[in-house]
Ligand binder design. Structure first.
Ligand code: PMP
Length: 396
């Protein structure tokens, strides 16, 4: 059956990690993978998660319900929506998912079941590499909205294209820390985006994989969601990943939720999600959800988690400044201010593919061909070396 099929090339992002691991150079630097690293370049188990592990105890290995662990769903829903009218009026449907990826698939599949299901889904250009692939895999026509120009969010081009989007379609918005550009709309720009979406009846999916990484506060970073709910009174989906903000990457903890306009609709939406979940994965994994639930429901641990978010976002911010200062010192040709104006885990350097290949071959620096660098891969031990490598590369 497989003879007539061509070999599919490896995933570009995972392949960077493979090449990085295979490189025997001691000074190699990995700026490819979007995963937090501590000041020694090592993966970081959050102190709050360690505390939760100590609390966990024996729990057996039974299946979770189809919608997932109830305490996790409740805690994560409260975390996202507390204070909004939709939350107070019990108009939110939720389902535990296989991290953010699973949440997006579940949301998109559930939306397909609606009476007025759209066939088009709009994503930003550029965006996380997986968006295009996953939505087209499940049968959507994927369309792009221009998002980025000269180191910043291209508000004019984005809103002009949004204003032409097919009414009733779904639009995937990055709630904060846009991947790959690190450029987010300002509050004023979000308000304009919201008005256009409401006017055209576009359905927002808030892809929320980095809440807490911009400001260090989960709540502050989730502002656009609350704005859409309370000021625009629209329906929406939130696809939440706890991979980055709890460091639970491999445990695949996420939540998909729909905020609807009535309690009855929320019940229907939840029943649809339950059915989609059953027909795709049956039930989600338990371990990470138990940990996340303990973190969120235990006041002392939750306080520690808030500190952990500040530690991660603060270190990334200080590395942006360190890198920028080094490049200024070296008088590296070009405008590098985007490194400090962009936020979240990534900086989008705007250098060429040839330069990226040169960085890898000559300097053992690994990053995505689009010129996205994961700032979390920098630390005091390698930032100067990276700045020098970048300097040599752009002068080359
Ligand atoms: N959305 C965006 C924009 C992302 O960058 C990511 C992670 N790279 C995800 C969703 C989902 O990640 P995960 O499935 O690991 O939660």
């Amino acid at each position: 059956a497989f003879q007539s099929i061509d070999l599919v090339p490896p995933d570009i992002q995972f392949d960077i990690t493979r090449r990085f691991l295979a490189d025997s150079n001691n000074d190699k630097i990995n700026l490819g993978q979007g995963a937090y690293r501590d000041e020694n370049g090592q993966p970081w188990v959050l102190p709050s998660v360690k505390m939760a592990k100590a609390e966990l105890g024996e729990f057996g290995h039974e299946y979770l319900p189809i919608l997932g662990l109830k305490s996790f769903r409740d805690e994560a829903t409260r975390l996202l929506y507390k204070g909004t009218r939709a939350f107070t009026e019990n108009r939110i449907a939720s389902c535990q998912s296989i991290s953010g990826t699973g949440a997006l698939i579940l949301a998109a599949l559930s939306l397909k079941r609606l009476h007025s299901a759209p066939d088009s889904i709009y994503i930003t250009s550029p965006t996380w590499v997986n968006h295009q692939m996953m939505f087209s895999t499940i049968g959507y026509q994927v369309k792009e909205l221009p998002y980025y120009k000269d180191g910043a969010f291209d508000f004019d081009a984005f809103t002009a294209a949004l204003g032409q989007a097919k009414p009733g379609s779904t639009v995937v918005l990055h709630t904060c820390a846009h991947n790959p550009t690190g450029c987010d709309p300002s509050k004023i720009q979000w308000k304009a985006i919201g008005s256009i979406m409401k006017e055209r009846g576009l359905f927002p999916i808030f892809d929320s994989a980095y809440l807490g990484f911009n400001s260090g506060s989960f709540h502050d970073d989730a502002w656009p969601i609350r704005y859409f709910l309370d000021e625009l009174n629209v329906e929406l989906a939130v696809c939440l990943s706890m991979a980055k903000n709890m460091g639970l990457y491999g445990d695949r903890v996420g939540l998909v939720s729909f905020a609807t306009l009535s309690q009855d609709t929320a019940q229907i939406a939840e029943s649809v999600m339950q059915n989609v979940q059953r027909s795709t994965i049956t039930t989600p994994p338990a371990y990470g959800a138990r940990l996340a639930s303990i973190v969120l429901s235990t006041p002392a641990i939750r306080e520690q988690w808030q500190k952990d978010l500040l530690t991660m976002s603060g270190r990334i911010k200080s590395m942006r400044k360190r890198l920028y200062d080094e490049l200024i010192l070296l008088e590296t040709p070009g405008d590098w201010s985007c490194i400090i104006t962009q936020s979240g885990m990534f900086a989008f350097l705007g250098i060429s593919k040839t330069q990226i290949h040169h960085l890898e071959k000559k300097h053992h620096v690994f990053m995505v061909e689009t010129s996205r660098m994961s700032v979390a891969g920098l630390n005091e031990n390698n930032v100067q070396r990276f700045a020098k490598a970048l300097d040599e590369t752009v002068r080359n």
